[in-house]
Each structure stands twice: as structure tokens, then as C-alpha cells.
Design a protein around this ligand. Sequence first.
Ligand code: GRF
Length: 199
Amino acid sequence: MNELVIFASGSGSNFRSIINHIKNGYLNARVLGLITSKPEIGAIDIAREHGIPFYVLSAKQFDSYDAYELAILNQCLELNPRLIICAGYLRKIPPKLIHSFQNRILNIHPSLLPKFGGHGYYGIHVHNSVLESNETYTGCTIHIVSEEYDKGPILAQKQIVVNKYESAEQLAKRVLKVEHQLYPKIIASYLKQLNSPSE
Ligand code: GRF
């Protein structure tokens, strides 16, 4: 009932945190597979470590965008998870997937959306922009994925105070720490809500 498919393109520290929260019993779920847009990334090492199947699906492998979109969709339909969890996935989620898994795809973003979201705001660019804008607060946002980048309904945010003397890398590290706590918690409560919609 609580099966997850993880989408990731990077080091996978959120993926690891989700696995750890499952293992320690905090998150009642099972990871069916990892879908990545790149080979040789940290997230794949984590999947291997835990015996989780992974699938590298990059647009470059296909003759057309349609073929790529269909391959991702078919893979997800075959795995048939309750939720798709984007954890540092750097490609746009194909519209067909969003339609088939309506309100069942979550994403985490390393800023307080709507601030510092949308095209070009990913990775260290987000934190550089936060520092350049002299923001007092930053943090992370968990939202439902819709067709517009970083614009879907917000489920939760956690803020931290920006230290104007820290580097973007230091800030990124502190935001990640908060992400690792918040994402498993929100996945758990969202699954609960999906399973008993009247609550
Ligand atoms: C996180 O900061 C997340 O908010 C963003 O991508 C980063 C992924 O980090 N979407 P990791 O691969 O989970 O370490």
C-alpha cells in the first residue's frame, strides 16, 4: 500500500534519509525502485547498497521526447507505486506521468517557495541567490508536482535563519539537514492522508 518510487539525479542524501527512516520504523513504506536521469551517481550506489532496483532513463537514450516520456511512464506503471518521490531529480517530470499519477508525485526544493523556485533555480544556484538577496530566512519546501516547475501545492516548509557570513555550500549543507528530517515526516503523513482521505 505504501510503496514508493524515488526519482534522483545526484548524491541521494534525501534518498538515504528516506531509507533510514523506513529502516528505523518511522516511515511505514517500501521503496520499489529508483529512477535516475544519469548513470554513476551517488543515488545508484545507495540503491545497490540496499538491493533496490534502479533504472537509468535519460532522454538521450531515445529517438524522441515522446519515446522517453513513454519509457518513464511505462516503468512507473509497471512498478505501480502509491507515491513517486522526487529527491534531487534534475529533469522535468513528463506531463504524461503527472497525469497518470495525479497528486501522487512529491518534490523537495531547497528554498522557501515561491522564492527562488522555477527555471534555473537548482542546487547551489538557489543558495547563492538567497545569499546575494540578503534573505533573513531560507529553508526547504515539499510540494505536489504539477506541470509548472516548483509551482504545485505546498505541503510543508521548514525555515532556518541565514547567516550572512556563511558560504553557499555551508548554507546548502544546513538546508539539507533540515530536508532529511522533513521529507520522511511529510511522506509519512501524506501516505496516511491518501490511505484515509476522510481524515
Ligand atoms: C536537495 O537540496 C533537494 O532539495 C533538491 O536537490 C537536492 C538533492 O540532494 N531538489 P540529495 O541528492 O538528496 O543529496
